[in-house]
Write a protein that binds this ligand. Structure first.
Ligand code: AHM
Ligand code: MG
Length: 281
């Protein structure tokens, strides 16, 4: 997998440069979830495809921006699922965004995920790399190279509440959960980008990020293969938890379709316990 990790670093530098110098605004096309694609979404996807084509270990790629799986190298043993540029609704307003990669072996369920990496493009470029069975590792770009900073461990409890989705469509029990966190001193930290929002919770040691099912979108918005499962591995290996609205670990997900979504909750143990109580699971 080392070769794949090196290529992801190369991709990160290219996408960072693209964000800083590329054209803003929408393209004329939309992806399979129906979102109109930004020019940056499409170009980031092209950068990744081109680089991954040259990696013999990768058998296929599945991108948030492509309808179907793309077969690459028949000798490869890994499938890489990725969201090339997460944060389409905020990148043109100069907020932090990210790229998310899940590396799967032998199948496309949460249990088949062997490693996940995400990159944050913010005031600094940072990376969290998580291999199944070990603590996530935090890197930062210094002198044009990713430099290892530390391993990441979450606390039992945090202070941040990052509640996603449209509030007017929340179910009453979800509304109660979010309000009770605020009533207990939690602070709102929500940028609209899951990468920086989850990154902050992870590095500050705890809190809750939620993207629930709502009356208009009962299965939530965030996608299993590219967003939810990769972040679940990171949070769980850091000592936190990641569950769906039934209380099931997000690493147990078995998506039926490539672009399936699920309600999701990522956090430290105390906050996830509160989610379970609120959802009676
Ligand atoms: P995207 O992949 O089209 O950028 O959508 C995913 C993003 C996440 O980063 C973020 O958590 C969520 O959408 C925000 O959605 P909302 O604006 O509905 O809260
Ligand atoms: Mg996304």
């Amino acid at each position: 997998m080392e070769n794949i990790f090196n290529k992801i670093e190369e991709i990160a530098f290219k996408i960072d440069n693209l964000i800083k110098t590329g054209e803003s605004g929408y393209s004329k096309s939309s992806n399979s979830t129906g979102d109109t694609q930004l020019k940056l979404d499409i170009q980031s996807d092209e950068i990744i495809e081109e680089i991954f084509r040259g990696v013999p270990e990768i058998s296929a790629i599945i991108s948030e921006e492509k309808e179907d799986k793309l077969e690459l190298n028949s000798s490869g043993e890994y499938i890489v699922c990725y969201d090339p540029l997460d944060g389409s609704s905020i990148v043109d307003y100069n907020l932090s965004v990210g790229s998310i990669f899940g590396i799967y072996k032998g199948g496309l369920t949460g249990n088949d995920l062997v490693a996940s990496i995400y990159i944050v493009y913010g005031p600094r470029v940072e990376m969290i790399k998580t291999l199944k069975g070990s603590k996530p590792k935090h890197y930062r770009v210094v002198d044009n190279k990713f430099q290892f900073i530390s391993e990441v461990t979450m606390e039992q409890k945090g202070k941040i509440n990052a509640p996603g989705s449209t509030q007017k469509n929340w179910y009453p029990h979800h509304k109660e959960l979010i309000e009770s966190l605020f009533a207990n001193g939690y602070r709102l930290r929500y940028s609209g980008g899951m990468v920086p929002d989850l990154h902050q919770i992870l590095l500050k040691g705890g809190g809750l990020f939620s993207y629930p099912g709502t009356t208009d979108k009962p299965k939530g918005k965030l996608r299993d293969l590219f967003e939810v499962i990769p972040f679940a591995l990171t949070f769980i290996e850091a000592g936190g938890e990641a569950i769906d609205d039934k209380g099931v670990s997000l690493l147990e997900l078995k998506p039926e379709h490539l672009h399936d979504t699920t309600p999701c909750f990522f956090g430290s143990k105390d906050e996830i316990e509160k989610v379970k109580k609120a959802y009676s699971v």
